[in-house]
Each structure stands twice: as C-alpha cells, then as structure tokens.
Design a binder for this molecule. Structure first.
Ligand SMILES: [Zn+2]
Length: 206
C-alpha cells in the first residue's frame, strides 16, 4: 500500500559537509559498479508529492554521458540539477540556484565540469556559428586564456579553469549566494568528471 505519511514541509537539513560526503559515497559506488539506485519507485513519488528537499544542487553539462543522478547514485528528489552545455552560469541558471538555496534550503552547490567537454572545445577552437552558440561560448572564453597558460592538456586545463571561474562567479557576484556563503553554511565547490572511470574529483576540499 502506498501512503503519504510523511510531513515534507520542512526544507533540506543536511549541511554542506554532509551533502558532499553523501555525493562522494554515491560516486564511489558508481565507480565500483556497486550502485544502489536509491529513492526510485512509487512510494518515493508519493513521499515527495507535497514538497521536495534536495540535499545538493548540481550545475553540470548537457553532455549525455554526464548524468548527475547516475554518477552520484542518487534518486528522485535528491539533487536539484541544472544542465546546460558547458555548465555556464547565466541569469536563468543563477536564478534557479537561488531558488533552491532560498526556498528549499539546499546548502551545497557543485559545479561539475567533465573530460573532453564539447562546449569547452568549441570555445578553444573559436567554433562560432550563426545561432546562439556564440553567446554560450562567450561564458567560456575567459577560461580559454587561463587554460593555455599552464602546461599539459589544454582542454582539461580549460575545463578546470572554467569550473573554477563559474564557482567564483556564483560566490562573488550573486548577492543571495554570496550572502549565504559568508554565513558559512552554503558551499560552492568545483568538480571534474572522468568519462571512462566515472570518477568525480572535487577540485578543492571544504
Ligand atoms: Zn560538456
């Protein structure tokens, strides 16, 4: 029998640190192919029908290989996910993150870049088009210069530089997110996903 027996009017109450730990454990399961596929099915839908309380926000790429719920082994209602090519933080994306922070109480934001990102490669190659791609690429261009200044693989360096710049943009330019960050309860962390192994590297620790 399926019953709506929980009171889910409360917001998420996991701290940023606990949320990050949960993501790391889920990614470990994914890497080892020991996934649990939690929080799926009919009862979960009913439990969440009154309200959602996701414990982490993920800003990731639209790339079909980088699916946050799968790579962190989470289910319905666990993650508040924004996916857009090149994980750019434009106004609509930032507004969506603000919503989850202010109204759902989510305390962790992960900006998730990944190996061989097509949007980042387009920015490096200046692959301009007649359509809207130019405007998307303009968000990545600041990272291209940074990616070329260090040794090693240019695409990898540019993805990591871009992830860090998006984290800084969220931390410093948005009034709601920077205020919440200053209180010490909200954390915005950069991460990098490896396609073949499935491993997420958190680029700094909190
Ligand atoms: Zn990508």
């Amino acid at each position: 029998m399926i019953a709506a027996h929980h009171t889910y009017y409360t917001v998420n109450n996991l701290t940023a640190e606990a949320a990050l730990q949960k993501l790391k454990e889920g990614n470990d399961r994914y890497v080892l192919d020991h996934v649990e596929h939690p929080h799926e099915g009919a009862q979960r839908r009913v439990d969440l029908s009154i309200a959602q309380h996701p414990f982490a926000i993920v800003l990731g790429c639209a790339d079909s290989r980088v699916v946050p719920e799968l790579i962190f082994d989470q289910g319905v209602g666990d993650l508040f996910v924004l996916r857009v090519a090149g994980h750019i933080a434009d106004d609509a994306v930032i507004a969506s993150i603000e919503f989850a922070v202010e109204h759902l109480g989510t305390r962790l934001v992960v900006v998730l870049g990944h190996e061989r990102c097509g949007a980042v490669m387009a920015a490096i190659e200046h692959a301009f088009s007649e359509g809207k791609l130019n405007s998307l690429i303009s968000y990545i261009e600041p990272a291209v210069k940074a990616g070329q200044e260090v040794g090693g693989d240019v695409v990898t360096n540019t993805v990591k530089a871009h992830v860090n710049l998006m984290v800084k943009a969220l931390q410093s330019t948005d009034p709601i997110l920077s205020h919440e960050g200053m209180t010490g309860t909200l954390k915005i962390v950069p991460a990098y996903y490896r396609l073949a192994t499935g491993k997420v590297d958190f680029l700094d620790t909190i």
